[in-house]
Design a protein around this ligand. Sequence first.
Ligand SMILES: [Zn+2]
Length: 299
Amino acid sequence: MNIEFTSLIKMMQAIPNEDAAIEYFKAIRWKHGEFCPHCGGDRLYHFEGGRKFKCAAPECRMKFSLRFGTVFEASKIPLQKWLYAIWIITNHPKGIASTTLSTDIGVTQKTAWFMMHRLRHAARTQSFNRQLGGIVEADESFFGGKEKNKHANKRGKDKKVVVFGMLERGGELRAHPVDSLKDVKSEIIAHVKPGAVLMTDEWTGYSRFNQRFWHASVNHSAGEYSANGYVHVNGMESAWALIKRQIYGIHHWVSPKHLHRYISEATWRYNRRAVETGGRVVEMISRLDGRLTYKALIA
Ligand SMILES: [Zn+2]
C-alpha cells in the first residue's frame, strides 16, 4: 500500500472508507511486522475481520484493538477523519482554525478542537530530532527478566539488558537498550548537544566524553550523592524507579527481545507524566512511521 500522498485528493482516493483507513494505519504501524502493544510479542490472532487482535504469547494473551496505545485510542472519531485531519494540519504548518478543520472533515468544532489539541501536543512533545541540552543526567540501569531477580544475572529468559538513559533537567527523557560501551558513546553523541553539561555517576566509561561536554560525575561509592547541590543523577534515578514500577507493575515477565518496546512506551508515558490522563491518548505519532508526520507537523 502506498503510504505517502502528494495531495489530500490522492489520500481521499486511496482511503475512501473506514476499512481502507484501518488498512492504511496497519501498513504504517506494523510496517516491520505486527506486534502486541502489551508485551511486544509478534504472534497475534485476528478477529472481526482484522479489527481486533489477541496476543498468542502464553504469558500475555491480551486482547486489543489497533488503536490501542495510539493517539486514536479512546476516541470514537473514525480513523479516516483522523487521517484527513493529520494531512490537513501537517500541510498547514502555520495553523488552521478549528472551525476550518471542522468544516473540512465534517465534525463539530469541539471535536475538531480536540483533534488539533491532541495532534499539536503530540508534535510538541515528540521532539525526535532535537538534541538534549542544558544539564543532562546520564545513567544506566538493568532491565529484563523478573523483577525479583533484578540484582542477579540469570541465564536464558531472565537475561539482563542494560538500558541507557539521558534526562534533560526540566525536559525530556530518552532511554534505549545498549549492548556495549560503544553504544553508550553513540547514544550520547546522537542525543546530547555538544557543550551540554553531562552529569553521570563515576563509571569510567564516561570519562571519554570530557572533551565534548562539560562533564561532572558523582561518586556514589564514596557516599557523595550531590557534590555541589547540582551535580547528581537523582532525576535519572527516580525516572528508572518510575519506569520499573510501570513495567513490572503490569508485566511479571519481560522478554529481553522486546524490552525496547516497553522502554519506549514507558519513556513516552514518563515524558507525558504532567499531562492529564485524558491527554495520554495522544499518540505516538512516531508510530505513524513517525518522522514523516512529525517533521510535517513541526515544519
Ligand atoms: Zn502480548
